[in-house]
Design a protein around this ligand. Structure first.
Ligand code: GDP
Ligand code: MG
Length: 742
C-alpha cells in the first residue's frame, strides 16, 4: 500500500503578487531552487504536509498571461499542461484585483483545477477596499481564500483547501467565455476541426488551442506545424481571415478584442457585491502620493541619482569592517600553511593557487552582501520599477526598450549584478532587435565579479574617493552601453522601436525575511561560482604560471648570488638567515643581509613566472598592450578573466604571490600595486576601463548564444567588446599621458 500520497501543486500569479513570500511561508526551509530543464528560468520547489498528504509545491514564474509573450509565460504554461499538477493555487493581489483576475480567467479557460489565494487583503484594506471573498468564490465557482502572505495569515486554510482539491482530482473543466460575434463563429469552427483531428486534445482544451491560433501564439503555432502541418495551415488561415475582418470592421486585431472580452467578463464578475470601496479610495493613495514626488519630472531623476548614490555609500562604508576580517583570516591561513607545509610544488599550489585564489574572491563576499541587500531593498519596495519607468524615454532614444532597463540593472547597472541573469532578463523584450541589442550591451555593466577588481584598484589608487569613483564608473558603463546600443541599432540591427508598457506596482514595506532571502540567494550564487569555476581556473592558472620553470643554468646563477651574500654575512648570523628567522637582538646589519637575499629570491621568482607559459603569452601581448599601459602580469590576469571576471583578482593575487619573497611579510595586493613604481593611477584607471568593457565571461557568452539562438552573437560579443575595450582604454592611457597625468 502506498500510504503517503503525494500531490503536485503549483503556485501561479502575476509578478509581485506575493507568490514567493507565500511559498516561503508555506515551505519554510524545505525548499530548493533549481532551473527548469534546458533553460535558466528559476524553479523553486518545496515540500509540505496538509490533510495527511504530502504536497510538492512548485513556485511558477510570475506572469500576466498564458500567451507566449515571454519565456516566463511559456515556462508556466508548459508546466501546467505537461506536468499537470493536481491543483493550482492562483495568487491574486487583492489590491489590484481586476488586473490580477486576467490571469485567473485564463487559467480557468485552460480548465485546470484551481483555487484562488486572495492575497494582500491588508493592503487592499489600507486602500479602503473590502472584498467579499465568499461572493467572489460563488461567482467564480472555485474556492477563494483570503491571505496575508507576509504574516502567514490564511496559509493553513489555503493549503487545506488545495489538498482537498488535489485529493478530489477533478476533471479539467474549461471556462467558456464568449468573444463576440466576430470571433465566436471562427472559434467554434476551429474547435470542431481540432477535435476531429485530435490535435493536442489530450493535453489542451480544443477551444484554448484555437484561441492561441487567434492570438498568434508562436509556440503553439510552431508545435502545430510540427504535428499536423495541414491542419495548422488551415487554422492559421482562419486566424488570418478573422484578423483581416476585424481590421475592416472594428479597426482592431484579435488579441485586443480577446483581451477586451476577458476584461468585460471580469468587470461583470465584480459588479455589485464583491468589492466595497470606502470613501478613503477617493483620496490619493499613499503610493500615488509618493509617486507624485518620486517620479516627478524634475525631482524624480534627482532623487533617483541620490538613491543610487546612497546604495554605493551604504555598500562601501558598511562592508569595510567584515572585508577586513576576511582578509585577515585568509592571510592568517596562508601564514599557517606557509609554516606547516614542507617546501615544494604542493605548498606552492595550496598557498598560491588555492588559499590565495579563493581568499581573494571570498574576501569580497561582505561587500557583495551589502550591495545585494541594498538592491533587494530597492526591488522589494517597488522603487526599482520607478527607476525603469523614469529611464524609458532615455532608452528609446538609444533604440532600446523600457524593459531593457531591467536587463541593464540586473547585469550591474546598479553595480553588483550579474550579466548572466541580465541576459536572461531580456526575455521580457518582444522585439528581437531590441532584445539582441540589449543582451549584447548589458555585459558592459559593472557586474558583481568586476566589482572586487575595481574595489581593489580604487582602494589602492583613489583611496579617499571610493564612492565617487564607483559612481563615475557606473555613469561610464551606462554611457558606453547606451552609445554602443545606438551604434548597433543603427547599423547591424536597424529597425523601428516597439511601444512601451510597464507596470508600476504600489510601494510596499519589504519584510526583513524577504530581503534576507533575496540577498542570500544572490550571494550564494556568487559563492558557488567562486567555489567551483574559480578554484578550478585558479589552479589551472597556477599551473600555467608555474611551469615549465627556470632552466638549471639560470637557477644556478641565483644560487651563486645567494651563496656570495651568505659568504659576506658574519658567521653568527648565517643560521638565522638560512632559517629566515631573526635573532633575538636583530640589528640593522641582519636586516640588510636579509633584504639582499630577499631581493635575489624575488628576482628569481619573477624570472620563473616570466618564463612560464602564461608569462610568455602575457609578454607576447605587451607589444599590443603598450598602448593601454598593461604589463605582462596584467595581460595574464585579463586572459584569465575570460573564464570569469572574479578570477582577474585571484590571478593577479597568484601572480604577485609567486613574485613575492618567501620570507617577506604579507602585503595585500592593492597595497603592493600602489607601491609598485610600474603602476600609477592612470594605469589603474585604464585597466578599470578595459575590464569594464572587454569580452563577457564564458558563462555570459554561453547565455548570449543560447538566448539569441546564434553562435555568431556570442563570438561577436567576445571580439567586438574586446576591440571596444582596447580602443577606450588606449584612449584613456595615451590621452592621460599626453595631458601629463601619467
Ligand atoms: P512575487 O513576485 O509574486 O514572488 O512577490 P514577492 O513574494 O516577492 O512579494 C512582493 C512584495 O509584496 C514583497 O515586498 C512582499 O513582502 C510583499 N507582500 C507579499 N505578500 C503580502 C501581503 O499579503 N501583504 C502585504 N502588505 N505585502 C505583501
Ligand atoms: Mg517571486
Amino acid at each position: 500500500m502506498n500510504e503517503a500520497r503525494e500531490h503536485l501543486i503549483a503556485l501561479a500569479g502575476n509578478p509581485n503578487c506575493g507568490k514567493t513570500t507565500l511559498f516561503n511561508a508555506i515551505t519554510g526551509a524545505r525548499q530548493h531552487v533549481g532551473n527548469y530543464p534546458g533553460i535558466t528560468v528559476e524553479k523553486k520547489e518545496g515540500i509540505c504536509r496538509a490533510n495527511g498528504s504530502l504536497i510538492r509545491l512548485v513556485d511558477l514564474p510570475g506572469t500576466y498571461s498564458l500567451t507566449a509573450y515571454s519565456m516566463e509565460e511559456i515556462v508556466a504554461r508548459d508546466f501546467l499542461v505537461q506536468d499537470r499538477p493536481r491543483a493550482v493555487i492562483n495568487i491574486v493581489d487583492a489590491s489590484n484585483l481586476e488586473r490580477n483576475l486576467y490571469l485567473t480567467i485564463q487559467l480557468m479557460e485552460l480548465g485546470i483545477p484551481l483555487l484562488v489565494a486572495l492575497n494582500m487583503i491588508d493592503m487592499a484594506a489600507s486602500r479602503g477596499m473590502e472584498i467579499n471573498s465568499g461572493e467572489l468564490s460563488r461567482r467564480l465557482r472555485i474556492p477563494v481564500i483570503p491571505t496575508v502572505a507576509r504574516t502567514g495569515k490564511g496559509k493553513d486554510e489555503l493549503l487545506g483547501a488545495a489538498a482537498d482539491l488535489a485529493e478530489k482530482n477533478p476533471e479539467w473543466e474549461p471556462l467558456y467565455i464568449s468573444y463576440g460575434p466576430d470571433i465566436d463563429p471562427a472559434l467554434d469552427r476551429m474547435e470542431l476541426e481540432i477535435v476531429a483531428a485530435k490535435f493536442l486534445t489530450g493535453l489542451i482544451p480544443a477551444r484554448w488551442t484555437a484561441l492561441k491560433y487567434l492570438e498568434c501564439d508562436e509556440e503553439v503555432i510552431k508545435k502545430g506545424r510540427e504535428i499536423d502541418p495541414r491542419l495548422s495551415a488551415k487554422l492559421e488561415e482562419t486566424g488570418e481571415q478573422v484578423s483581416q475582418h476585424l481590421q475592416k470592421t472594428l479597426d482592431s486585431y484579435p488579441e485586443a478584442i480577446i483581451a477586451d472580452h476577458r476584461y468585460g467578463f471580469i468587470s461583470a464578475l465584480l459588479k455589485e457585491g464583491v468589492v466595497k470601496q470606502s470613501h478613503k479610495a477617493d483620496r490619493l493613495f499613499f503610493s500615488d502620493q509618493l509617486d507624485r514626488v518620486l517620479t516627478n519630472r524634475f525631482l524624480g531623476p534627482v532623487i533617483m541619482m541620490l538613491i543610487l548614490y546612497g546604495v554605493y555609500q551604504f555598500t562601501f562604508s558598511y562592508s569595510k569592517i567584515p572585508v577586513g576580517w576576511m582578509e585577515a583570516g585568509f592571510s592568517a591561513l596562508g601564514n599557517f600553511a606557509d609554516s606547516a607545509l614542507p617546501e615544494g610544488p604542493l605548498k606552492s599550489l595550496i598557498i598560491s593557487g588555492i588559499i590565495f585564489g579563493v581568499g581573494g574572491v571570498l574576501g569580497f563576499v561582505p561587500l557583495i552582501v551589502f550591495m545585494f541587500l541594498a538592491i533587494a531593498l530597492l526591488e522589494d519596495t517597488g522603487y526599482l520599477a520607478r527607476v525603469a519607468y523614469m529611464l524609458d524615454r532615455v532608452f528609446r532614444t538609444f533604440g532600446l526598450h523600457g524593459s531593457s532597463v531591467m536587463a541593464y540593472i540586473i547585469s550591474g547597472g546598479i553595480a553588483g549584478g550579474c550579466a548572466v541573469p541580465g541576459v536572461l532578463a531580456t526575455r521580457t523584450l518582444r522585439s528581437p532587435r531590441e532584445r539582441i541589442a540589449t543582451l549584447l550591451t548589458a555585459p558592459f555593466m559593472n557586474c558583481g565579479a568586476k566589482l572586487p577588481v575595481f574595489a581593489m584598484l580604487i582602494a589602492a589608487f583613489f583611496a579617499s574617493k571610493e564612492p565617487q569613483v564607483m559612481f563615475l564608473l557606473t555613469i561610464l558603463s551606462w554611457t558606453a552601453a547606451l552609445l554602443i546600443a545606438k551604434l548597433i541599432r543603427s547599423t547591424i540591427l536597424r529597425g523601428p522601436s516597439t511601444p512601451f508598457l510597464l507596470e508600476l506596482p504600489p510601494y510596499r514595506l519589504p519584510t526583513f525575511k524577504g530581503l534576507l532571502i533575496h540577498t542570500w540567494e544572490r550571494t550564494w550564487q556568487y559563492i558557488r561560482k567562486a567555489g567551483t569555476v574559480i578554484l578550478a581556473i585558479s589552479i589551472l592558472f597556477w599551473a600555467l604560471m608555474s611551469f615549465p620553470g627556470l632552466p638549471e643554468v639560470e637557477k644556478r646563477i641565483y644560487d651563486q648570488e645567494r651563496a656570495s651574500i651568505m659568504a659576506e654575512t658574519p658567521e653568527q648570523l648565517r643560521p638565522y638567515l638560512a632559517e629566515g628567522k631573526a635573532p633575538d637582538a636583530a640589528g640593522k646589519e641582519f636586516q640588510d643581509y636579509r633584504a639582499r637575499l630577499q631581493e635575489v629570491d624575488f628576482e628569481q621568482a619573477q624570472a620563473t613566472l616570466r618564463n612560464s607559459i602564461a608569462g610568455r603569452i602575457g609578454t607576447a601581448l605587451t607589444s599590443v598592450t603598450k598602448l593601454t599601459g598593461f604589463d605582462w602580469r596584467t595581460n595574464v590576469a585579463l586572459l584569465s578573466g575570460f573564464a570569469a571576471k572574479e578570477i582577474i583578482i585571484s590571478t593577479m593575487g597568484t601572480a604577485y604571490s609567486l613574485g613575492r619573497s618567501k620570507r617577506g611579510e604579507e602585503i595585500p595586493l592593492g597595497e603592493r600595486l600602489a607601491r609598485d613604481p610600474g603602476w600609477s593611477p592612470l594605469k589603474a584607471f585604464s585597466l578599470i576601463v578595459f575590464i569594464m568593457l572587454y569580452a563577457p565571461c564564458i558563462a555570459t557568452i554561453t547565455c548570449i548564444i543560447r538566448e539569441s539562438g546564434a553562435w555568431k552573437w556570442g563570438v561577436f560579443s567576445m571580439v567586438f567588446n574586446t576591440a571596444i575595450a582596447f580602443i577606450f582604454s588606449a584612449l584613456v592611457y595615451r590621452g592621460g599621458l599626453w595631458l601629463g597625468l601619467g
